[in-house]
Design a protein around this ligand. Structure first.
Ligand SMILES: [Zn+2]
Ligand SMILES: [Zn+2]
Length: 275
């Protein structure tokens, strides 16, 4: 059993933004590759998953992956029809979602996204062996014999699922698309983040911006710091950046966050972390 490697392929929220002022942190929406030894897990299928698919094809080996979706808002699934392994008969993909109604919530949602008049092709064009695994947030998943995934419901319009992935002595939490209540450390989030090596957190807003976006389902990097400190997470990754947060804004966030929590980092496309 070897370690865990985490690579960020998409770090934005809401909508992909190929703007010139975001080139350093990147403009693709949520997608994170997690390697637990030989096991491939993919967190969310935002626009960043397209480039991940191309990289996987270069390995010229059959692809097996568990894709853990936080929810089906378009920024988290829009890349799936452009994920090349979906079109290879040799691929084995398991797609997981915990916020929809089992047994057919996920397949129904993706079928809606890939349907006329919104999309030119349908889900039936996928050639891979694809399994749709609806579960209820709160369940513990064992996608692979060595990998345990704990889940929890987050506070987001339509629901979202937070994940805690455990592999050997390593643990990472992926908590995005969740709104906090001021002055409260969400116990669901705390349980996922307790003592993890890495805590990836919805930092769409700053504390200053947040009050004018109550009800939009997002949190702030400052709340991420408060949670990471309380949960004794070893490293906080500020994630799901607002499309209007330019490279310069995120540089300032990184600096301020490091002052409060020396191990805090701002997610950037292409960034690789090893646990
Ligand atoms: Zn989102
Ligand atoms: Zn969302």
């Amino acid at each position: 059993m070897s370690g865990v490697a985490v690579r960020f392929w998409g770090v934005r929220g809401s909508i992909a933004c190929p703007d010139r002022c975001v080139t350093r942190y990147g403009g693709n929406t949520s997608c994170v590759e997690v390697r637990c030894g030989d096991n491939l897990l993919i967190l969310d299928g935002g626009s960043g998953i397209r480039q991940l698919g191309k990289a996987l094809l270069e390995q010229q080996a059959p692809i097996e992956a568990d894709v853990l979706l936080t929810h089906c808002h378009i920024d988290h699934v829009c890349g799936l029809p452009f994920f090349a392994p979906c079109y290879l008969p040799s691929s084995r993909l398991r797609l997981w979602a915990g916020n929809l109604n089992p047994p057919d919530g996920l397949v129904r949602a993706l079928r809606q996204m890939m349907s006329d008049p919104l999309f030119p092709t349908s889900l039936e064009n996928f050639k891979a062996h694809v399994e749709f695994r609806d579960f209820r947030a709160g369940e513990v998943l064992m996608p692979r014999p060595d990998v345990t995934v704990r889940t929890a419901a987050l506070n987001h319009p339509g629901g979202s699922t937070g994940y805690r992935i455990e592999y050997g002595a390593h643990a990472l939490a992926y908590i995005t698309d969740t709104e906090h209540h001021p002055g409260v450390l969400d116990p669901q989030v705390m349980a996922l983040a307790q003592g993890v090596d890495l805590m990836v957190y919805d930092s769409n807003y700053t504390d200053e911006e947040w009050p004018s976006h109550i009800g939009w389902g997002h949190s702030t990097w400052q709340q991420g710091v408060r949670l990471a400190v309380a949960a004794q997470a070893k490293q906080l990754v500020i994630f799901h950046h607002d499309p209007d947060h330019t490279d310069d804004v995120l540089d300032r966030v990184a600096e301020e966050a490091r002052r409060l929590l020396p191990n805090a980092i701002v997610a950037a496309e292409g960034m690789i972390l090893r646990l």
